[in-house]
Design a protein around this ligand. Structure first.
Ligand code: FNR
Length: 383
């Protein structure tokens, strides 16, 4: 068999046999150069939190309700006042063209086709204008705050002009977490790829370093002084609502509300920053309680199943975002892969709602699940 024939045949098999989003990881590992795969897959240091982000979901069990007419299920919701087809959105992940030549374009088209939100990374390999040119769609822009605030102002204005609807301000990255695979590989962007949003600003390339090239780039450019007053500053330069991405405590949830944030994303950066923080699903409830319903709370980190989405909503999240499955699916089969990820997540979530006895999102309650905390002595759910 010719090489091309083999690739075509294995792709045909792949499309038939991928039955859940996690399966894309092994395919991506086969297809990608080691440096790229390791960058996408890895977490910080011991990767304890990376494992825990998944395992914590598996310790939450269901209390499904029966004999409820579930012949029609409505998964629609809204985010910051905009209607979306389901409470499942796409997290910002950097350097998507390293996974597939169409990179962020493919992700943008797949999200738009699914009727949901794509969040574009500051460190995308396609610019805000390029992504906007793919067509209509609800898109958020993830912001890293650079030391040079003129650069930040320009970029935020460009995102706003390009039709982006919100800023996801990443607050957990004053320095880059220690990702040892990237250090070993001396990670840099492959030739031909740049941080496209910064190309004209002489900040689009990353130099080779003795450790992770990205960690050095962050040390040189990202503002370690970032604080709550900068959330106010950001509000003074844009009309886009601001989601604070990276809150995992009640204390910071209260500060986020006071800062005028439009919402919170409970995130530990896919376990790539501080190791030994709890899984996001374990931190969610305290953040929700502290937010007191004043602003919506979202979650990312380890969401791989429709059941995970249901559990997050039962604990008070207004929606979830997914990160790695998108880059792994991109690596495997480009836009079709990302579409497939969103389709599988949607179908699994719909099935979970039906089997849990919920026909619309507002039917999902805290009583539909029980957590480890519940088992360890918290009284049984209120009836
Ligand atoms: C990320 N994440 C991230 N976050 C961010 O604010 N800006 C960024 O540029 C990136 N880049 C990035 C690259 C890769 C390869 C990964 C895996 C993650 C974090 C991301 O937005 C999100 O918080 C996590 O990916 C969610 O966890 P899961 O779904 O990957 O488990």
């Amino acid at each position: 068999q010719s090489g091309e024939g083999f690739v075509a045949a294995s792709q045909a098999i792949m499309a038939e046999t991928v039955t859940n989003v996690s399966e894309y990881q092994a395919i991506a590992k086969q297809k990608l150069p080691k440096m790229a795969y390791d960058y996408y897959a890895s977490g910080a240091e011991d990767e304890w939190t990376l494992k825990e982000n998944r395992e914590a979901f598996s310790r939450i069990l269901f209390r499904p309700r029966i004999l409820i007419d579930v012949s029609t299920i409505d998964m629609t919701t809204s985010v910051l006042g905009m209607k979306i087809s389901m409470p499942i959105m796409i997290s910002p992940t950097a350097f998507q063209k390293m996974a597939h030549p169409e990179g962020e374009y493919a992700t943008a088209r797949a999200a738009s086709a699914a009727g949901t939100v794509m969040t574009l990374s500051s460190w995308a390999t396609s610019s805000v204008e390029e992504v906007a040119s793919t067509g209509p769609g609800i898109r958020f822009f993830q912001l890293y705050v650079y030391k040079d605030r003129k650069v930040v102002e320009q970029l935020v204005r460009r995102a706003e002009k390009a039709g982006f609807k919100a800023i996801a301000l990443t607050v957990d990255t004053p320095r880059l977490g220690r990702r040892e695979a990237d250090i070993k590989n001396r990670f840099v962007l492959p030739p031909g790829l740049t941080l496209k949003n910064f190309e004209g600003l002489n900040l689009g390339t990353m130099d080779q370093a003795n450790d992770s090239g990205l960690a050095s780039y962050v040390a040189g450019q990202i503002d370690r002084t970032l604080s709550w007053k900068d959330v106010k500053w950001l509000q003074s330069i844009t009309t886009m609502p601001i989601l604070v991405k990276g809150v995992i405590t009640a204390e910071d949830a209260r500060l986020a509300v006071h800062s005028g944030a439009a919402g919170i994303i409970v995130s530990n950066h896919g376990a790539r920053q501080l190791d030994y923080v709890p899984a996001t699903i374990s931190a969610l409830e305290e953040v929700v309680t502290a937010a007191q319903g004043r602003i919506p709370v979202y979650l990312d980190g380890g969401v791989r199943r429709g059941t995970d989405v249901f559990k997050a909503l039962a604990l008070g999240a207004s929606g979830v975002f997914i990160g790695r499955p998108v880059v792994f699916a991109l690596a495997a089969e480009g836009e079709a892969g990302v579409r497939n990820v969103l389709r599988m997540m949607r179908e699994e979530f719909e099935l979970t709602m039906a089997l849990g006895g919920c026909t619309k999102l507002s039917d999902i309650t805290r009583n539909h699940i029980f957590t480890e905390g519940d088992r360890l002595g918290r009284p049984l759910p209120r009836m």
